[in-house]
Structures are given as C-alpha cells and as structure tokens.
Design a protein around this ligand. Structure first.
Ligand SMILES: [Zn+2]
Length: 56
C-alpha cells in the first residue's frame, strides 16, 4: 500500500520521497495521530517525561 506524501517546501503531493517539482523533501501527508504507533508514542512520552519533570 502506497502512502501519499507531501512536499515540505512547495506542498505538492507525490508518492516519492523527493518532490518531483522542486526536489524538496516530502513527508507523509497523514497526520501523526492517525498512525497506529501514535498511541505507543504517547505512552513513551509519558514514560520519558513524568509529571514531576514537566515544570510550569
Ligand atoms: Zn516541492
């Protein structure tokens, strides 16, 4: 399954890691919150930065 990617420079959508228009770097267009790994990332963050170290 191919993922649609978006150029970070010009905003063009492509399927390749490099933008065909400007040669810029592309990133997956899907927001991170839709990633199946995100829920684990949340737990990792909580583990890394416990309440006491957050600061105010
Ligand atoms: Zn581009």
């Amino acid at each position: 399954m191919k993922k649609i990617r978006k150029c970070a420079s010009c905003g063009a959508y492509t399927l390749s890691a490099k933008c065909p228009k400007c040669g810029g770097e592309t990133k997956t267009a899907h927001p991170p919150k839709f990633s199946p790994e995100d829920k684990w990332a949340k737990y990792r963050r909580r583990f890394k930065f416990p309440e006491g170290e957050k600061g105010k």
